[in-house]
Write a protein that binds this ligand. Structure first.
Ligand code: BGC
Length: 369
């Protein structure tokens, strides 16, 4: 029996609030879309899954989101499963930007339109569209937060740098945005890099080449893995001298790694205070922010990203050119893209940004006033 995946009728898709689906002709054919996400083990991607399911559930249709569980091989199998099911549009968040090219080329060969979701797929013509948050802005917001909250009047404030996985193009964009914001204060001696000789060697260079970024990320990557983040933080603190302790700043790339790194720093008696960044507004990190254990997080409204990509799929299936507002260079082509803004969340605006907007319930957290 042929399994029907993510069947959505236009009428259902038109229920999506504030998306580009308005204006689509109501009598158009049904939509068949497959969605592949990287892993269930990070709450970030469960947020996206929930949003896809809400959209498709509201439309009254069954849906299936497949997870690659950190494996490019599983990702390929997932894509093949969806191709066998007859999808017309593939929405895929790649496990590995380069390795995913084989899977999407197979999809393209089967006549499927490919939408890269959140993470760009590089080095292939087989990406038709990209739906993303403004990842450079995420990094810039993290860097700016650290600058706005660093101890006043001090110099050589220790700065610990951590990054995402080198297989994820976003890790470069986040780092680039943060570096360009922080670098002037590193170059003038206000900040002192505590855990990367490669970054230290590049401290006078405001705009880094990709190869420069690779060198730094090679040293400070967390691989998007809590355990790697934890052990890297532990060994950094073991190696750090007294001048790299005291009041410190920590650039942590996302919430999962931020909580792991914060848990390590908080136990070091020579760390007097720390400011640490994050992103994704994972519930556990929102609680950390409320409790003062994580300084900030970045809200990436997955309702908007999921809605934008489903709206894009609907347009494609309706024979229209989907709405895009920018392009991203994936190494071989400029991919037409739709980009969404991000928002900084601190203790002061959790209520307004996350509760009042209906993203989370106040009862998800304790100590929220
Ligand atoms: C996403 C982040 C996420 C990270 C780890 C990135 O590509 O943009 O939101 O925290 O991957 O999964």
């Amino acid at each position: 029996m042929k399994k029907k995946l993510l069947s959505v009728l236009l009428a259902g898709a038109m229920c999506l609030s504030m998306t580009a689906v308005s204006g689509i002709e109501a009598d158009a054919a049904g939509v068949e879309v497959g969605i592949v996400l990287p892993t269930k083990d990070e709450p970030r991607w469960l947020q996206d899954q929930a949003q896809f399911e809400a959209i498709l559930g509201d439309a009254g249709f069954t849906n299936q989101v497949l997870f690659s569980q950190g494996s490019s091989a599983t990702e390929r199998t997932n894509v093949e499963t969806l191709l066998n099911a007859g999808i017309k549009v593939l929405i895929i968040c790649a496990q590995d930007a380069a390795a995913a090219s084989a899977a999407v080329e197979e999809a393209k060969d089967a006549g499927v339109t490919v939408i890269a979701y959140d993470r760009l797929i590089t080095g292939t013509e087989a990406v038709d569209y990209y739906v993303t948050f403004d990842s450079m802005a995420v990094g810039a917001a993290q860097g700016q937060y650290l600058l706005d909250n660093m101890p006043e009047g001090e110099t050589e404030i220790p700065l610990y740098l951590y990054a995402g996985a080198a297989t994820d193009n976003n890790a470069f964009l986040f780092f680039e945005g943060a570096w360009e914001t922080l670098q002037p204060k590193i170059a003038d001696g206000t900040l002192k890099i505590a855990n990367s000789s490669e970054a230290e060697a590049l401290k006078d260079k405001q705009v880094l080449e990709r190869a420069d970024q690779s060198k730094i990320i090679g040293q400070v990557t967390t691989d998007w893995d809590f355990n790697v983040a934890k052990s890297k933080a532990e060994s950094n603190l073991t190696a750090a001298g007294a001048d790299a302790k005291g009041d410190v700043l920590i650039l942590a790339p996302n919430d999962g790694t931020s909580r792991s790194i914060a848990d390590v720093f908080v136990t070091d008696p020579d760390i007097t205070s720390y400011q640490i960044t994050g992103q994704d507004t994972e519930k556990a990190s929102v609680q950390y922010v409320i409790d003062g254990k994580q300084s900030m997080t970045v809200f990436k409204d997955t309702r908007k990203l999921a809605a934008d990509s489903v709206a894009m799929a609907v347009a494609i299936l309706n024979g229209e050119v989907p709405e895009t507002d920018t392009t991203y260079d994936n190494g071989v082509k400029e991919v037409p893209s739709k980009q969404t803004d991000i928002q900084v969340v601190t203790k002061d605006n959790v209520q307004e940004v996350l509760i009042d907007s209906g993203y989370y319930e106040a009862s998800d957290f304790t100590g929220l006033e």
